[in-house]
Design a protein. Sequence first.
Length: 227
Amino acid sequence: MNPYKERILNGIIKENPTFILVLGMCPTLAVTTSVNNGLGMGLSTMAVLILSNLLISALRNVIPDKVRIPAYIVVIASLVTVVQLLLQAYIPSLYDSLGLYIPLIVVNCIILGRAEAYASKATPLLAACDGIGMGLGFTIALTLIALFRELIGAGTILGFQVMPSAYQPIAIFVRAPGAFIVLGTLIAILNGLNIKNAANKKVEGCDGDCCGCGSSCADRKEESKES
């Protein structure tokens, strides 16, 4: 498979940051009360992911190893500030809805994790594709969770009423417990369908448990080639 296509599909399916790696749970549980919020947070995070991966990969031979983590955080924080100012200027309603969770993108473990695990070791174009894949995976996951929460908890999608007038919204789904219920149910469904093993079955030595894995799929593939 084309390596660039593989990096994109990897983030969407094989190592989906929400459903497979179970990372970035704070915004996942907090902002997915509506599809607008979930989609907005996902796209904002994806923009930061792509640009941070690209910059960190381009600077990987310049940044001293001893200060790489602080350097990564400076790059990520600068990009998050740009995204925050753009949202405040052009999409103020989304900016107000997401509130504190926009600056908290800086400490999202998905972004720093990809910078350390992949972007710092890959070429800029591959790192950017990895950011696209991880960003799309995160956006799809947040939007899907928000879709169920808004539909069941408010009877609407994107603010439009779609459920019959007789439908009584289950308010718990737009509150904190509803986020855990929907996320847990979706992960259980994926586990029941054996998505993890099916996605990674071609990687030698992989049992599909990405959460307990100390290396990336790309590392395992390289190891299997060398052996």
